[in-house]
Design a protein around this ligand. Sequence first.
Ligand SMILES: [Zn+2]
Length: 647
Amino acid sequence: MNTEIEDIKSRLSVREVIGGYVQLTKAGVSWKGLCPFHHEKSPSFIVNEERASWHCFGCGKGGDIFSFVMEIDGLSFPEALALLAERAGIVLERRSRRGTGARYGGTLSNEGDGVESVSGAGISKERLFAILDLSSKFFEKQLWDGEGKKKALPYLRDRGLSDESIRTFRLGYALPGWRTLSDFLAGKDFSPSEIEAAGMAIEKGMKNGEWKMKEGESSANANNQNGEDLLHSPFPIPHSIYDRFRDRVTFPVFDVAGRVIGFSARVLPGADETTAKYINTPETFVYHKSRALYGFFQAKRAIRERQHVLFVEGNMDVIAMYQAGFPETVAVSGTALTEEQLRIVKRYTDRLLLFFDMDSAGQKASRKSAEMALLLGFSVSVVSIGEGKDAAELARENVESLRDALTGALPAPEYFLRRACAERDCRTAEGKQRIAEDILSLVSCVAKKIEQAHWIHMLSNRIGVAENDLFALLKSTALPVVKNSERALESEVAERVPKKQVFQLSSERIGRDVAAILLACPALLPLPLENVPERVFSFVSRNPLLSFLSGETPETFLFSAIPEEMKLEASEGAFSGEKLLGSSGDSDGIDVEHARMVFDQIWARLSDELRREEMRDIERAMRMAHDRGDREEEQRLNTRLFEAGKE
Ligand SMILES: [Zn+2]
């Protein structure tokens, strides 16, 4: 076991493995690049070939090739082992599940999702993967050299697919026979229950009425005379199962490590019209619909390089986009993106473009996906094209306008606001209410407060309702529920969901910084409140901590005298104040002159921001007065606006 790990390490270069994900440049005896695990602009991610290790000085992560692929592809140790063994050309010894993690430093022993894990039915995951991979090869062989060459290949080429992309996505063809694949797999020593568990066959009699084959009928259609292994099925098995995919083009679905986990299969034109256009592998031990992402394996490198992901609706769209020069495209296999899918994507990028069909189903899916993605901290844009078109069509026919559509993608709140305003009358009371509710439920998902404020401002302008009223409505808007299932994002989500949605204006945040600096450096007290505009004075008096501090001097200030209800806020403030001042937390180390300079800047910013906010409020009130036709009020406000601008 340990020798296998050492063997793999000695055969694979750490630079090459990591170089597949991160662009590395030579730096002395090591290699360096931008860390894929945290956001940075100058490289602190170092790869050392001699020690076969990597380390990031920015986020502190590090390890060997195994920990690297586990981290970057989200694999368990046994999965990483299988992936790298395959790359190294090493056949792993069969071993018990328990031994795997435990012997690898002991730290990974809780990874139960191993290659050797066994399903409830006593079927090993490793054998399911073998069935799926063999099935994919079987289908591919039929497409290029078998019956599919005449039936399916011309259809795919007709749809504009190049041979190169057909091979990249490993498309194939499932023969029309009832047991062609099952017989072939049985010939490779897989049992009917294993074939069924992999989702490749259906147990006879399970679906009433579907099984129409007569006893003794052979699995025809296979080219039995042609002795080639993958083209025929020499071992007929008892008729307890039949092939799930028949006479269809097959699209294998891969996991992030590139293993086939299931299939999506499309009916050929002119074939039995009564059947579904696409059928998919059901939930199996290795295929989970809520986690599968069609095209992700092929797209992940481009996603990381381009720092965004493009979501389309269908498999064909993915391939068409790939051909048109957008390899960062992935299909949503269900109706909308799930949380699990997004958590996988989040390891690669946090920018997301939704490119769904313009029909109502597509738009609904787009909206649901946007909400979930915003909630998980993604920045989300929506691509829109003419009604009745889809991504694949545009990619095939007009790459130029496709490019325009992509660059013209609108941030999700703006996109949906435009739609809402097109659908409803934003001048009537009812229209305003409906639009506000619609957009606020989306804005409530936005993680960043400043962004939230931005969208509220836009909504306020558009429908002529005061921002404060919209904020009040926002607070009462329920946030969609997110499960805290994964560690990676747990804290991020937990931080947001349980707390009340309390909005914060920029001035409030700056006000916090002002208090923070005073707490870290009380020598700066008292607050310079002489000759400040009224708005600054009233801001300070509304803020309990600031108004407490405004009554203190360097001589009188005692941390212990801070009222109980503000203690926590104050100690957090002192801590962040030290950070703002660049001190390591040693209070003697604070340079008062430097602190005074920082304070003056922030104090001036607070004053600026308060003025800006007041002017925004006046402008909005003016617009409303204008809409009402109240000339007098409009004039009065205009004077106020002018005065506020002068101060
Ligand atoms: Zn890092």
